[in-house]
Design a protein around this ligand. Structure first.
Ligand SMILES: Nc1ncnc2c1ncn2[C@@H]1O[C@H](COP(=O)(O)OP(=O)(O)O)[C@@H](O)[C@H]1O
Ligand SMILES: *[C@@H]1O[C@H](CO)[C@@H](O)[C@H](O)[C@H]1NC(C)=O
Ligand SMILES: *[C@@H]1O[C@H](CO)[C@@H](O)[C@H](O)[C@H]1NC(C)=O
Ligand SMILES: *[C@@H]1O[C@H](CO)[C@@H](O)[C@H](O)[C@H]1NC(C)=O
Ligand SMILES: CC(=O)N[C@H]1CO[C@H](CO)[C@@H](O)[C@@H]1O
Length: 317
């Protein structure tokens, strides 16, 4: 079944050097490996959605530089549409992270460069034809535009659209609150979407110590009819709907743990994929944990394309 899902947020380029040791300052050495990789929460989740078989679209801002062309090629080869991205012409730079991996112990030192690329605005968003979408997911991004919080405005715009549509034509919305440092702004999104994904970091920053406790605390802040979903690393995930019904899933560890980066983006994408197909909250987070667990057994996310929905990964087992 093919459902069209859009993820709004950041795409960036990770420029990775894998070194024998962490380099000494002012030294000169060869690296063991070097590669570029597409990153950013929304970019990763839209890619996972496509790999799972959804019709997937990414919306974000593009600069007009080589890094953006790399990102676009990656999206295209992974089957993710990007035709509604606003490209800023000259003087803007794609957000980039220089990552130094120490091969001795896998430590990653990250140098973020994010200069001036504007966030997606309501004005850009209004150009899309909402009737093409079943689900729109927002990565909780900072509120940088001065007088208005564009994500709040985009969510309100979707609500307004939904208002005049029959239930089957309405668009489901979700937001992800991930970075505790942005809590003051991101908290504003809690009561603005139908599904709210809250990361373990974010919950712990609020003094919440388990997935169940987190779901119970945050559902109070969500709007009527909404659900909250809390992933909790090796402890799986929990979710609660607005009737206060709690559901949980354990984690599904791979045979051999390989790489847990982007596990959260994968969990969000797989859970949305299942929900968009009408699965229950309990089945959806279980599917999310299964796919995220499979991801942890591979390097990166591209291998998810080959994860067959074997019996173990069936939605309704
Ligand atoms: N070590 C692990 N083994 C298996 N699954 C895992 C592991 N770590 C995370 N996951 C899965 O990924 C989901 C998201 O993990 P989490 O650590 O919360 O994400 P992130 O750190 O990327 O925000 C979890 O709900 C779980 O299902
Ligand atoms: C890796 O080793 C470096 C020293 O070379 C140390 O500073 C760092 O904390 C280690 N990181 C991890 C994740 O073990
Ligand atoms: C953030 O958004 C609010 C509107 O919700 C606005 O009043 C405020 O000025 C914004 N702050 C910043 C730093 O952009
Ligand atoms: C996006 O996914 C890549 C793996 O494909 C990962 O290395 C990167 O850290 C992820 N980015 C984020 C923001 O999680
Ligand atoms: C699916 C969905 O989000 N529906 C909402 C659309 O917006 C109206 C308000 O205008 C809500 O009542 C619906 O729940």
């Amino acid at each position: 079944m093919s459902v069209r899902v859009m993820c709004v947020g950041l795409a960036c380029v990770d420029i990775v050097s894998v070194c024998k040791n962490y380099p000494e300052e002012d030294s000169d050495q060869r690296v063991l490996d070097f590669y570029w990789q597409k990153g950013g929460n929304a970019a990763n989740s839209s890619t996972v959605l496509s790999l799972l078989g959804a019709k997937s679209e990414y919306m974000g801002s593009f600069a007009n530089d080589n890094e953006m062309r790399f990102l676009q090629e990656e999206f295209t080869s992974q089957g993710v549409l990007t035709s509604n991205c606003h490209t800023y012409d000259t003087g803007y730079m794609t957000p980039t992270s220089i990552i130094i991996v120490n091969s001795q112990n896998g430590s990653r030192t990250i140098l973020h460069a994010s200069k001036n690329l504007p966030e997606v605005s309501l004005e850009d968003f209004k150009k899309i034809d909402l009737k093409n979408y079943k689900w729109i997911h927002f990565e909780g991004r900072p509120n940088l535009s001065g007088s208005s919080y564009e994500i709040v405005r985009m969510l309100a715009y979707i609500d307004e659209y939904n208002h005049s549509r029959s239930e089957s034509e309405q668009i489901q919305t979700s937001v992800e609150l991930e970075k505790p440092a942005r809590a003051a702004e991101l908290d504003q999104l809690l009561d603005k979407a139908n599904y709210v994904f809250i990361s373990k970091d974010y919950n712990q920053h609020k003094g919440l110590n388990s997935k169940e406790e987190s779901a119970r605390a945050f559902i109070q802040k969500c709007r009527k009819g909404a659900a909250v979903i809390c992933a909790w690393g090796e402890d799986g995930a929990a979710a609660m709907d607005s009737q206060g019904q709690l559901v949980t899933s354990p984690c599904f560890p791979p045979d051999k743990l390989c790489d847990t980066l982007a596990a959260g983006d994968t969990f969000n994408a797989a859970t949305i994929y299942a929900l968009a197909q009408g699965k229950t909250l309990a089945d959806a987070i279980t599917f999310g944990c299964k796919i995220a667990g499979a991801k942890c057994g591979m390097q990166g996310i591209k291998g998810l394309k080959d994860v067959k929905f074997t019996e173990e990964l069936q939605l309704n087992q």
